[in-house]
Design a protein around this ligand. Structure first.
Ligand code: NAP
Length: 459
């Protein structure tokens, strides 16, 4: 895949980039190794000062960063501004909490003193996706750097300007040369980086196939990995739920980021007692979503990030329909006005009567396409929710205590949200089970992923 910024709303190529060659790569890896030796000895207070400065830069220049994001991957501008603000939040969270999360723990044993100490690992490679092109990077970089590691970013090939902008933020924040570097490389060079002895660990956020590949390369090298992969999150609605709130949130949860979020609700599982009403309202609100120019404040859904993603989505819908699924609204490319006629737009779509072996049943659909299911009761709802190989997030809407208890206990997911929409928060751990990956980001668990948990025993 070429490394290039292509505006998904217009098809215009903004800028193309050359991949690093072998000697440039070697230089960057050596710089990372050298800077780690000094950076690991800096205090939490020094690192926090730089991280807080990064937060200020993110907030101060949020509109210009938002323009870079929207122009490269098409998310609505207003959401891109919020993304820059959320990155500032995670920088502040770890600036203020890293020292506490990584403080020595004293354990009583038969020694004079036993301590658990947390120490940085070294250079951590982050292979990142384009869908939240700032947030995904900061939620890795803030904890990794606050723990004293150095970061190497291999960003998705369609967001090089975001990658370079983030490197620049870290430089302006005062992080020493080599503490955070962007590697402009394609995915075919990732193996070579993981195999390099100067790289200690790797974290990947992306698709299941990319996760399998990176984990097997890292496994051969016995290097620590964290994998944040795809999802096909269920959104369950029971009769006791506030239906109006459930519908509004369901549409938002499906269409957020133009439908391209790992934790977007993708399968809507609705109890038969309220199904008809939910379906009618849900289709109405989906139809009312405004598709168009992502720079326009009034736009709800912008273009898909690349022409390939649009093609894949189109195919998933076509195959599902050919297998018997019914389209209640949408189901085709969206025809925008003349200036946007080459953009990757797709209509907000609702599918029902979805056959079990078709893509819309349990696969991840990355775009504004909702799969709607009717169930007879809670057992059926939980069974259908868990049918997917993924296990990232799950939402359930109910005001019944017993039902709530069962959803919390029985949904196979890294997080369960009751009467709300699955979302990440710097204070709470984030990650999945099953094919959605392993390891956690954010909160105390997130910062403890890339540290050596060293036992110290003193007689
Ligand atoms: P992707 O194709 O897997 O790409 C993600 C990153 O991995 C990119 O930097 C890509 O580089 C690289 N990559 C792809 N194949 C690789 C391979 N074989 N070896 C090494 N690196 C490889 O995923 P995407 O389409 O950009 O992102 C969408 C996916 O990410 C969805 O499945 C979504 O659910 C998931 N995601 C998960 C989370 C989470 O937190 N769990 C968050 C966001 C997104 P190139 O661009 O150069 O190919």
């Amino acid at each position: 895949m070429p490394i290039a910024s292509i505006n998904p709303a217009t098809g215009e190529t903004i800028q193309s980039f050359e991949s690093l060659n072998e000697s440039q790569m070697d230089e960057k890896l050596q710089r990372a190794a050298d800077s780690f030796q000094k950076f690991r000895r800096t205090s939490f207070a020094e690192r926090a000062r730089m991280m807080l400065r990064a937060a200020e830069i993110l907030e101060g220049d949020k509109h210009s960063f938002a323009r870079v994001m929207t122009r490269e991957m098409g998310k609505p501008f207003k959401a891109a501004v919020q993304e820059a603000e959320k990155c500032a939040l995670v920088c502040r969270y770890y600036a203020e909490n890293a020292e506490r999360h990584l403080a020595d723990e004293i354990v009583k044993t038969n020694a004079t003193k036993s301590i658990v100490r947390f120490q940085p690992l070294g250079a951590v490679l982050a292979v990142m996706p384009w869908n939240f092109p700032f947030w995904q990077v900061f939620r890795f970089a803030a904890p990794a750097l606050m723990a004293g590691n150095v970061g190497l970013l291999k960003h998705a090939s369609n967001v090089p300007q975001c990658a370079l902008a983030i490197e620049d933020i870290m430089r302006r924040a005062g992080f020493p040369e080599g503490v955070f570097q962007t590697l402009l490389i394609g995915s075919e060079m990732v193996e070579r980086v993981i195999e390099d002895a100067r790289v200690a660990a790797v974290t990947l956020t992306g698709s299941e196939p990319a996760g399998r590949s990176v984990a097997s390369i890292a496994g051969r090298q016995i290097k620590k990995t964290v994998l944040e992969l795809g999802g096909s999150d269920p959104f369950i609605v029971m009769p006791s739920a506030d239906l109006e709130a459930a519908v509004t949130t369901a549409v938002k949860a499906r269409t957020i980021n133009n439908g391209q979020s790992c934790i977007a609700a993708k399968r809507f599982i609705v109890h038969a007692q309220i199904y008809e009403e939910f379906e009618t309202r849900f289709v109405e609100v989906m139809k009312a979503q405004r598709v168009g120019d992502p720079m326009d404040e009034a736009t709800d859904i912008g273009p898909l990030a690349t022409a390939q993603i649009l093609k894949d989505l189109e195919e998933q819908v076509q195959v599902s329909v050919a297998a018997g699924a019914k389209v209640l609204t949408g189901g085709a490319r969206f025809k925008a006005d003349e200036t946007l006629s080459r953009g990757n737009f797709y209509e907000p779509t609702v599918l029902v009567d979805i056959p079990r072996d078709s893509p819309a049943y349990a696969d991840e659909i990355f775009g504004p396409v909702a799969s709607l299911f009717r169930v007879g009761g809670i057992d059926e709802a939980i069974e259908l929710a868990n049918v997917t190989p993924f296990g990232l997030g799950a939402a359930a809407w109910t005001n019944d205590d017993a039902e709530r208890g069962r959803f919390v206990d029985e949904l196979e997911a890294g997080c369960v949200f009751i009467n709300g929409m699955v979302a990440s928060d710097p204070r709470l751990p984030f990650g999945g089970v099953k094919h959605s990956g392993y390891g956690r980001e954010l909160g105390e668990f997130g910062i403890r992923e890339f540290v050596n948990i060293k036992t110290v025993w003193i007689k």
